[in-house]
Design a protein around this ligand. Structure first.
Ligand SMILES: *[C@@H]1O[C@H](CO)[C@@H](O)[C@H](O)[C@H]1NC(C)=O
Ligand SMILES: *[C@@H]1O[C@H](CO)[C@@H](O)[C@H](O)[C@H]1NC(C)=O
Length: 439
Protein backbone atom coordinates (compact mmCIF):
# COMPACT_ATOMS: atom_id res chain seq x y z
CA UNK A 1 0.00 0.00 0.00
CA UNK A 2 1.38 3.38 -0.90
CA UNK A 3 1.79 6.09 1.69
CA UNK A 4 -0.65 8.41 -0.11
CA UNK A 5 -3.47 5.94 0.33
CA UNK A 6 -2.46 5.64 3.97
CA UNK A 7 -2.89 9.34 4.53
CA UNK A 8 -6.21 9.45 2.74
CA UNK A 9 -7.43 6.43 4.66
CA UNK A 10 -6.25 7.60 8.03
CA UNK A 11 -7.58 11.11 7.61
CA UNK A 12 -11.03 9.94 6.75
CA UNK A 13 -10.82 10.04 2.94
CA UNK A 14 -12.40 13.42 2.28
CA UNK A 15 -10.17 15.88 4.07
CA UNK A 16 -7.32 15.56 1.57
CA UNK A 17 -9.71 16.47 -1.21
CA UNK A 18 -11.11 19.38 0.70
CA UNK A 19 -7.58 20.57 1.38
CA UNK A 20 -6.81 20.37 -2.32
CA UNK A 21 -10.04 22.18 -3.06
CA UNK A 22 -9.21 24.91 -0.56
CA UNK A 23 -5.74 25.27 -2.04
CA UNK A 24 -7.14 25.68 -5.52
CA UNK A 25 -9.76 28.12 -4.30
CA UNK A 26 -7.04 30.21 -2.64
CA UNK A 27 -4.78 30.06 -5.69
CA UNK A 28 -7.72 30.94 -7.93
CA UNK A 29 -8.57 33.84 -5.66
CA UNK A 30 -4.98 35.09 -5.72
CA UNK A 31 -4.97 34.77 -9.49
CA UNK A 32 -8.20 36.71 -9.96
CA UNK A 33 -6.93 39.36 -7.54
CA UNK A 34 -3.59 39.61 -9.36
CA UNK A 35 -5.24 39.97 -12.76
CA UNK A 36 -7.76 42.40 -11.28
CA UNK A 37 -4.92 44.52 -9.91
CA UNK A 38 -3.64 44.91 -13.47
CA UNK A 39 -6.68 47.08 -14.03
CA UNK A 40 -5.39 49.51 -11.40
CA UNK A 41 -3.06 51.91 -13.22
CA UNK A 42 -0.51 51.96 -10.39
CA UNK A 43 -0.09 48.18 -10.40
CA UNK A 44 -0.28 47.92 -14.16
CA UNK A 45 2.50 50.43 -14.53
CA UNK A 46 4.67 48.60 -12.00
CA UNK A 47 3.97 45.25 -13.62
CA UNK A 48 4.93 46.42 -17.08
CA UNK A 49 7.94 48.61 -16.27
CA UNK A 50 9.16 46.87 -13.09
CA UNK A 51 11.15 50.07 -12.55
CA UNK A 52 11.00 49.61 -8.78
CA UNK A 53 13.51 46.79 -9.22
CA UNK A 54 16.70 48.85 -9.07
CA UNK A 55 19.34 46.27 -9.85
CA UNK A 56 22.20 46.39 -9.15
CA UNK A 57 21.24 47.56 -5.66
CA UNK A 58 22.59 50.96 -4.56
CA UNK A 59 24.38 51.33 -7.89
CA UNK A 60 27.04 54.00 -8.17
CA UNK A 61 26.49 55.21 -11.72
CA UNK A 62 29.56 57.41 -11.42
CA UNK A 63 31.70 54.29 -11.27
CA UNK A 64 30.96 52.29 -14.44
CA UNK A 65 34.26 50.44 -13.93
CA UNK A 66 32.65 48.80 -10.91
CA UNK A 67 30.21 47.06 -13.27
CA UNK A 68 32.81 45.80 -15.72
CA UNK A 69 33.59 48.68 -18.07
CA UNK A 70 37.14 49.89 -18.70
CA UNK A 71 38.48 52.74 -16.57
CA UNK A 72 37.35 56.13 -17.85
CA UNK A 73 35.70 54.66 -20.93
CA UNK A 74 32.20 55.71 -19.85
CA UNK A 75 30.84 59.16 -19.11
CA UNK A 76 28.02 59.32 -16.58
CA UNK A 77 25.74 62.31 -17.09
CA UNK A 78 22.15 63.55 -17.31
CA UNK A 79 20.03 64.12 -20.38
CA UNK A 80 17.16 66.60 -20.08
CA UNK A 81 13.86 65.84 -21.77
CA UNK A 82 11.52 68.32 -23.41
CA UNK A 83 9.16 67.99 -20.42
CA UNK A 84 11.86 68.67 -17.82
CA UNK A 85 12.75 65.17 -16.68
CA UNK A 86 16.39 64.24 -16.15
CA UNK A 87 17.61 60.87 -17.34
CA UNK A 88 20.63 59.06 -15.97
CA UNK A 89 22.80 58.23 -18.99
CA UNK A 90 26.03 56.52 -19.91
CA UNK A 91 28.05 57.34 -22.98
CA UNK A 92 30.58 54.60 -23.72
CA UNK A 93 33.43 55.31 -26.12
CA UNK A 94 34.10 53.11 -29.14
CA UNK A 95 37.11 50.89 -28.48
CA UNK A 96 39.40 52.50 -31.05
CA UNK A 97 38.72 55.97 -29.64
CA UNK A 98 39.28 54.77 -26.10
CA UNK A 99 42.53 53.03 -27.02
CA UNK A 100 43.79 56.13 -28.76
CA UNK A 101 43.66 58.11 -25.50
CA UNK A 102 46.34 58.06 -22.81
CA UNK A 103 44.06 55.83 -20.74
CA UNK A 104 43.06 55.25 -18.06
CA UNK A 105 43.93 58.68 -16.65
CA UNK A 106 41.93 60.71 -19.13
CA UNK A 107 38.32 61.56 -18.51
CA UNK A 108 36.12 60.43 -21.42
CA UNK A 109 33.91 63.50 -21.52
CA UNK A 110 36.15 65.83 -23.62
CA UNK A 111 36.44 63.12 -26.29
CA UNK A 112 32.74 62.46 -26.81
CA UNK A 113 32.18 64.87 -29.69
CA UNK A 114 35.19 63.51 -31.57
CA UNK A 115 34.04 59.92 -30.90
CA UNK A 116 30.55 60.69 -32.18
CA UNK A 117 31.89 62.34 -35.31
CA UNK A 118 34.35 59.60 -36.17
CA UNK A 119 32.47 56.39 -35.29
CA UNK A 120 28.81 55.37 -35.53
CA UNK A 121 26.85 55.23 -32.28
CA UNK A 122 24.35 52.70 -30.99
CA UNK A 123 21.52 54.36 -29.14
CA UNK A 124 20.53 51.64 -26.72
CA UNK A 125 17.11 51.25 -25.08
CA UNK A 126 17.02 48.60 -22.37
CA UNK A 127 14.16 46.36 -21.33
CA UNK A 128 11.99 46.60 -18.25
CA UNK A 129 13.29 46.25 -14.68
CA UNK A 130 16.77 47.06 -13.41
CA UNK A 131 19.03 49.83 -14.67
CA UNK A 132 21.67 50.62 -17.27
CA UNK A 133 24.28 49.13 -14.90
CA UNK A 134 22.65 45.67 -14.92
CA UNK A 135 25.25 43.05 -15.86
CA UNK A 136 23.49 41.67 -18.95
CA UNK A 137 23.34 45.22 -20.30
CA UNK A 138 26.95 46.04 -19.43
CA UNK A 139 27.97 42.94 -21.39
CA UNK A 140 26.24 44.46 -24.40
CA UNK A 141 28.16 47.73 -24.04
CA UNK A 142 31.48 45.91 -23.59
CA UNK A 143 31.16 43.57 -26.49
CA UNK A 144 29.43 45.91 -28.96
CA UNK A 145 31.84 48.81 -28.40
CA UNK A 146 34.75 46.37 -28.85
CA UNK A 147 33.59 44.10 -31.65
CA UNK A 148 31.80 46.72 -33.74
CA UNK A 149 33.92 49.65 -32.60
CA UNK A 150 30.85 51.81 -32.06
CA UNK A 151 30.06 54.30 -29.33
CA UNK A 152 27.03 53.57 -27.22
CA UNK A 153 24.56 55.77 -25.43
CA UNK A 154 22.44 53.98 -22.81
CA UNK A 155 19.76 55.85 -20.91
CA UNK A 156 17.57 55.01 -17.97
CA UNK A 157 14.01 56.02 -18.77
CA UNK A 158 12.04 58.28 -16.44
CA UNK A 159 11.29 56.51 -13.17
CA UNK A 160 14.20 54.08 -13.65
CA UNK A 161 17.49 54.20 -11.73
CA UNK A 162 18.23 57.80 -10.67
CA UNK A 163 16.14 59.35 -13.46
CA UNK A 164 13.29 61.62 -12.36
CA UNK A 165 9.60 61.06 -13.00
CA UNK A 166 7.37 58.02 -13.50
CA UNK A 167 7.24 55.87 -16.62
CA UNK A 168 4.45 56.13 -19.18
CA UNK A 169 4.43 55.04 -22.80
CA UNK A 170 4.48 58.62 -24.11
CA UNK A 171 7.11 59.54 -21.54
CA UNK A 172 9.49 56.79 -22.65
CA UNK A 173 9.19 57.87 -26.28
CA UNK A 174 9.97 61.42 -25.20
CA UNK A 175 13.02 60.12 -23.33
CA UNK A 176 14.16 58.28 -26.44
CA UNK A 177 13.79 61.42 -28.50
CA UNK A 178 15.76 63.43 -25.93
CA UNK A 179 18.63 60.91 -26.20
CA UNK A 180 18.51 61.15 -30.00
CA UNK A 181 18.59 64.95 -29.85
CA UNK A 182 21.50 64.85 -27.42
CA UNK A 183 23.53 62.82 -29.92
CA UNK A 184 22.72 65.34 -32.66
CA UNK A 185 23.75 68.17 -30.33
CA UNK A 186 27.18 66.51 -30.09
CA UNK A 187 27.56 66.53 -33.86
CA UNK A 188 26.12 63.13 -34.79
CA UNK A 189 24.37 62.73 -38.11
CA UNK A 190 21.19 60.66 -38.06
CA UNK A 191 22.76 58.24 -40.55
CA UNK A 192 25.46 57.49 -37.96
CA UNK A 193 22.98 56.33 -35.34
CA UNK A 194 21.77 52.77 -34.94
CA UNK A 195 18.69 52.60 -32.75
CA UNK A 196 18.83 49.36 -30.78
CA UNK A 197 16.22 48.17 -28.35
CA UNK A 198 15.92 45.12 -26.18
CA UNK A 199 12.59 43.69 -25.00
CA UNK A 200 10.49 46.63 -23.69
CA UNK A 201 13.09 48.86 -25.35
CA UNK A 202 12.02 47.53 -28.75
CA UNK A 203 8.63 49.14 -28.18
CA UNK A 204 10.46 52.41 -27.54
CA UNK A 205 12.86 51.98 -30.49
CA UNK A 206 10.11 51.17 -32.96
CA UNK A 207 8.11 54.22 -31.91
CA UNK A 208 11.17 56.46 -32.13
CA UNK A 209 11.99 55.11 -35.61
CA UNK A 210 8.39 55.68 -36.69
CA UNK A 211 8.45 59.23 -35.33
CA UNK A 212 11.73 60.03 -37.12
CA UNK A 213 10.41 58.48 -40.35
CA UNK A 214 7.25 60.59 -40.08
CA UNK A 215 9.48 63.66 -39.96
CA UNK A 216 11.57 62.48 -42.89
CA UNK A 217 14.65 62.05 -40.66
CA UNK A 218 17.19 59.33 -41.37
CA UNK A 219 18.86 56.83 -39.05
CA UNK A 220 21.18 54.04 -40.07
CA UNK A 221 19.03 51.16 -38.82
CA UNK A 222 16.68 50.07 -36.10
CA UNK A 223 17.58 46.78 -34.39
CA UNK A 224 14.88 45.06 -32.36
CA UNK A 225 16.22 42.36 -30.03
CA UNK A 226 13.78 39.97 -28.32
CA UNK A 227 10.87 42.21 -29.35
CA UNK A 228 7.16 41.80 -28.79
CA UNK A 229 4.33 42.62 -31.16
CA UNK A 230 2.31 44.42 -28.46
CA UNK A 231 2.08 44.35 -24.67
CA UNK A 232 -1.36 42.84 -24.98
CA UNK A 233 0.10 39.88 -26.85
CA UNK A 234 2.89 39.59 -24.29
CA UNK A 235 0.37 39.38 -21.49
CA UNK A 236 -1.43 36.64 -23.39
CA UNK A 237 1.73 34.67 -24.11
CA UNK A 238 3.88 35.57 -21.10
CA UNK A 239 4.83 32.68 -18.87
CA UNK A 240 5.93 33.44 -15.34
CA UNK A 241 9.41 31.95 -14.96
CA UNK A 242 8.93 30.18 -18.24
CA UNK A 243 6.13 27.92 -17.05
CA UNK A 244 2.97 29.47 -15.60
CA UNK A 245 0.87 31.19 -18.24
CA UNK A 246 -0.10 34.57 -16.83
CA UNK A 247 -3.24 35.56 -18.66
CA UNK A 248 -3.99 32.49 -20.78
CA UNK A 249 -6.51 31.01 -18.29
CA UNK A 250 -8.55 34.17 -18.83
CA UNK A 251 -9.20 33.23 -22.43
CA UNK A 252 -11.60 30.62 -21.07
CA UNK A 253 -13.78 33.37 -19.63
CA UNK A 254 -15.89 35.15 -22.27
CA UNK A 255 -14.96 38.84 -22.78
CA UNK A 256 -12.14 38.62 -20.22
CA UNK A 257 -9.56 39.36 -22.92
CA UNK A 258 -11.57 42.38 -24.05
CA UNK A 259 -11.43 43.54 -20.46
CA UNK A 260 -7.64 43.18 -20.41
CA UNK A 261 -7.15 45.14 -23.62
CA UNK A 262 -9.60 47.77 -22.42
CA UNK A 263 -7.79 48.40 -19.13
CA UNK A 264 -4.34 48.26 -20.74
CA UNK A 265 -2.93 51.80 -20.68
CA UNK A 266 0.66 51.09 -21.73
CA UNK A 267 0.09 49.26 -25.00
CA UNK A 268 3.42 49.59 -26.81
CA UNK A 269 1.72 48.36 -29.95
CA UNK A 270 4.78 47.89 -32.15
CA UNK A 271 2.77 46.02 -34.75
CA UNK A 272 0.66 49.08 -35.43
CA UNK A 273 3.69 51.32 -36.11
CA UNK A 274 5.33 48.91 -38.58
CA UNK A 275 3.98 50.71 -41.67
CA UNK A 276 5.46 54.02 -40.45
CA UNK A 277 9.03 52.70 -40.04
CA UNK A 278 10.87 53.59 -43.24
CA UNK A 279 14.53 52.78 -42.53
CA UNK A 280 16.59 49.59 -42.33
CA UNK A 281 15.20 47.04 -39.85
CA UNK A 282 16.78 44.05 -38.15
CA UNK A 283 14.74 41.83 -35.87
CA UNK A 284 16.53 39.25 -33.70
CA UNK A 285 15.02 36.61 -31.45
CA UNK A 286 16.29 33.43 -29.80
CA UNK A 287 14.16 30.32 -30.03
CA UNK A 288 15.09 29.60 -26.40
CA UNK A 289 13.61 32.89 -25.19
CA UNK A 290 11.21 31.79 -22.46
CA UNK A 291 10.09 35.31 -21.57
CA UNK A 292 8.80 36.46 -24.93
CA UNK A 293 8.28 33.71 -27.50
CA UNK A 294 10.00 34.22 -30.85
CA UNK A 295 6.61 34.03 -32.55
CA UNK A 296 6.32 37.75 -31.70
CA UNK A 297 9.21 38.41 -34.07
CA UNK A 298 7.66 36.28 -36.78
CA UNK A 299 4.49 38.32 -36.48
CA UNK A 300 6.52 41.54 -36.81
CA UNK A 301 8.58 40.29 -39.77
CA UNK A 302 5.39 39.17 -41.51
CA UNK A 303 3.84 42.56 -40.86
CA UNK A 304 6.72 44.20 -42.77
CA UNK A 305 6.17 41.65 -45.51
CA UNK A 306 2.42 42.01 -45.64
CA UNK A 307 2.13 44.74 -48.26
CA UNK A 308 4.10 42.60 -50.75
CA UNK A 309 1.86 39.59 -50.50
CA UNK A 310 -1.45 38.93 -52.26
CA UNK A 311 -4.25 39.10 -49.74
CA UNK A 312 -6.35 36.15 -48.74
CA UNK A 313 -10.08 36.58 -48.28
CA UNK A 314 -11.06 34.68 -45.20
CA UNK A 315 -14.28 32.75 -45.84
CA UNK A 316 -17.10 34.21 -43.78
CA UNK A 317 -18.46 30.84 -42.82
CA UNK A 318 -15.66 28.27 -43.01
CA UNK A 319 -17.98 25.50 -41.88
CA UNK A 320 -20.20 25.75 -44.95
CA UNK A 321 -17.77 26.32 -47.80
CA UNK A 322 -18.73 25.39 -51.30
CA UNK A 323 -16.16 23.49 -53.31
CA UNK A 324 -15.40 26.60 -55.41
CA UNK A 325 -14.99 28.81 -52.37
CA UNK A 326 -12.66 26.25 -50.84
CA UNK A 327 -10.47 25.97 -53.91
CA UNK A 328 -10.33 29.76 -54.30
CA UNK A 329 -9.23 30.02 -50.69
CA UNK A 330 -6.51 27.37 -51.03
CA UNK A 331 -5.32 28.93 -54.30
CA UNK A 332 -4.93 32.26 -52.58
CA UNK A 333 -2.92 30.66 -49.78
CA UNK A 334 -0.71 28.90 -52.33
CA UNK A 335 -0.13 32.14 -54.26
CA UNK A 336 0.74 33.94 -51.04
CA UNK A 337 3.23 31.30 -49.95
CA UNK A 338 4.80 31.22 -53.42
CA UNK A 339 5.24 35.00 -53.35
CA UNK A 340 6.77 34.78 -49.89
CA UNK A 341 9.28 32.16 -51.07
CA UNK A 342 10.07 34.33 -54.06
CA UNK A 343 10.90 37.52 -52.19
CA UNK A 344 12.31 36.22 -48.89
CA UNK A 345 15.89 34.88 -48.89
CA UNK A 346 16.45 32.32 -46.18
CA UNK A 347 19.91 31.24 -45.03
CA UNK A 348 20.44 28.51 -42.47
CA UNK A 349 23.51 28.35 -40.26
CA UNK A 350 23.28 24.93 -38.63
CA UNK A 351 24.45 25.81 -35.11
CA UNK A 352 23.62 29.49 -35.13
CA UNK A 353 20.17 29.98 -36.56
CA UNK A 354 18.23 31.21 -39.55
CA UNK A 355 18.42 34.54 -41.32
CA UNK A 356 15.53 35.75 -43.43
CA UNK A 357 15.68 38.87 -45.50
CA UNK A 358 13.73 40.74 -48.10
CA UNK A 359 14.42 43.99 -49.90
CA UNK A 360 12.00 46.84 -50.18
CA UNK A 361 13.20 49.70 -52.32
CA UNK A 362 16.26 51.17 -50.66
CA UNK A 363 16.16 49.03 -47.54
CA UNK A 364 16.25 45.47 -46.28
CA UNK A 365 14.17 43.89 -43.56
CA UNK A 366 16.19 41.19 -41.80
CA UNK A 367 15.03 38.62 -39.27
CA UNK A 368 17.68 36.64 -37.38
CA UNK A 369 16.30 33.70 -35.45
CA UNK A 370 19.07 32.32 -33.24
CA UNK A 371 19.17 28.99 -31.45
CA UNK A 372 20.74 30.41 -28.30
CA UNK A 373 20.82 33.69 -26.42
CA UNK A 374 17.64 33.30 -24.36
CA UNK A 375 15.89 36.57 -23.60
CA UNK A 376 18.70 38.69 -22.19
CA UNK A 377 21.82 37.63 -24.05
CA UNK A 378 20.87 37.52 -27.71
CA UNK A 379 22.74 40.75 -28.40
CA UNK A 380 26.05 39.48 -27.09
CA UNK A 381 26.21 36.63 -29.60
CA UNK A 382 29.09 37.34 -31.95
CA UNK A 383 27.14 35.81 -34.84
CA UNK A 384 24.43 38.42 -34.43
CA UNK A 385 26.88 41.25 -33.82
CA UNK A 386 28.68 40.41 -37.06
CA UNK A 387 25.45 40.54 -39.03
CA UNK A 388 24.76 43.99 -37.58
CA UNK A 389 28.36 45.03 -38.26
CA UNK A 390 28.43 43.91 -41.88
CA UNK A 391 24.92 44.88 -42.72
CA UNK A 392 25.26 48.42 -41.43
CA UNK A 393 28.81 49.09 -42.56
CA UNK A 394 30.46 49.13 -39.12
CA UNK A 395 33.48 47.06 -40.03
CA UNK A 396 36.40 48.78 -41.59
CA UNK A 397 38.00 52.11 -41.06
CA UNK A 398 36.13 55.38 -41.34
CA UNK A 399 39.28 57.38 -41.86
CA UNK A 400 41.58 57.24 -44.89
CA UNK A 401 43.52 54.49 -43.14
CA UNK A 402 42.58 51.45 -45.22
CA UNK A 403 44.87 48.96 -43.53
CA UNK A 404 41.99 47.37 -41.61
CA UNK A 405 41.67 43.77 -42.77
CA UNK A 406 38.43 42.80 -44.46
CA UNK A 407 36.14 40.55 -42.40
CA UNK A 408 36.60 36.90 -43.23
CA UNK A 409 33.74 35.07 -44.91
CA UNK A 410 32.84 31.96 -42.91
CA UNK A 411 34.29 29.03 -44.80
CA UNK A 412 32.06 26.42 -46.39
CA UNK A 413 29.33 28.88 -47.24
CA UNK A 414 28.57 30.04 -50.73
CA UNK A 415 29.19 33.77 -51.02
CA UNK A 416 25.72 34.43 -52.41
CA UNK A 417 24.22 32.89 -49.28
CA UNK A 418 25.73 35.76 -47.35
CA UNK A 419 24.03 38.32 -49.49
CA UNK A 420 21.92 39.46 -46.56
CA UNK A 421 25.08 40.67 -44.85
CA UNK A 422 25.99 42.99 -47.68
CA UNK A 423 25.65 46.57 -46.59
CA UNK A 424 23.92 49.14 -48.68
CA UNK A 425 26.40 50.85 -50.95
CA UNK A 426 25.40 54.32 -49.71
CA UNK A 427 26.87 53.58 -46.29
CA UNK A 428 30.24 53.07 -47.86
CA UNK A 429 30.04 56.09 -50.07
CA UNK A 430 29.49 58.09 -46.95
CA UNK A 431 32.65 56.76 -45.34
CA UNK A 432 34.62 56.78 -48.59
CA UNK A 433 35.42 53.14 -48.04
CA UNK A 434 35.72 50.95 -51.13
CA UNK A 435 32.91 48.40 -50.97
CA UNK A 436 35.03 45.48 -52.24
CA UNK A 437 37.57 46.10 -49.55
CA UNK A 438 34.99 46.02 -46.82
CA UNK A 439 33.49 42.81 -48.06
C1 LIG B 1 12.07 71.69 -14.05
O1 LIG B 1 12.61 70.91 -13.00
C2 LIG B 1 13.28 71.63 -12.01
C3 LIG B 1 13.94 70.68 -11.03
O2 LIG B 1 13.38 69.41 -11.09
C4 LIG B 1 12.30 72.59 -11.34
O3 LIG B 1 12.96 73.36 -10.38
C5 LIG B 1 11.69 73.51 -12.41
O4 LIG B 1 10.73 74.34 -11.83
C6 LIG B 1 11.05 72.68 -13.53
N1 LIG B 1 10.63 73.54 -14.61
C7 LIG B 1 9.49 73.37 -15.28
C8 LIG B 1 9.23 74.30 -16.41
O5 LIG B 1 8.70 72.50 -15.00
C1 LIG C 1 39.95 58.89 -14.74
O1 LIG C 1 40.75 59.97 -15.09
C2 LIG C 1 40.86 60.99 -14.08
C3 LIG C 1 41.60 62.18 -14.63
O2 LIG C 1 42.91 61.87 -14.95
C4 LIG C 1 41.51 60.39 -12.86
O3 LIG C 1 41.59 61.35 -11.82
C5 LIG C 1 40.71 59.19 -12.40
O4 LIG C 1 41.34 58.54 -11.33
C6 LIG C 1 40.47 58.20 -13.52
N1 LIG C 1 39.54 57.19 -13.09
C7 LIG C 1 39.86 55.92 -12.98
C8 LIG C 1 38.78 55.02 -12.52
O5 LIG C 1 40.95 55.50 -13.23
Amino acid sequence: MSSTTDIVASSGGTSLFSKVRTTFAVLGGVYVLAVGLLAVPYFQSHTIYLNAIRLPLFANFDAPEKYGLALNKTHNFKIHTSDNETLGSWFILAESIYQSLPTPYTLPQPHIANAIQSRPTILFFHGNAATRAFHARVQHYSSLTARLDVNMLAIDYRGFAESSGTPTEEGLIRDARAAWEWLLSQGAKGEDIIIMGHSLGTGVSARLAAQLSDEGLKYRAVVLMSPFSSIEEVLKTYNVMGTIPLIKPLTMIPYAMNFVSWVLVHKFDTLSVVPRIKGEVLIAHAVNDWDIPYTHSEVLFNAFLESHLPSVELPSNPAALSKEQWSRFTNQITARNAKMDEIVDTTNFPYFGTVKRFSEGERDIVFVKTLEGSHDYIGVQEGLQDIVGRKYGLFGSTSSDSSTPAPVTPSGLAADNLDFMKPRKELFDEFKLPLEEAM
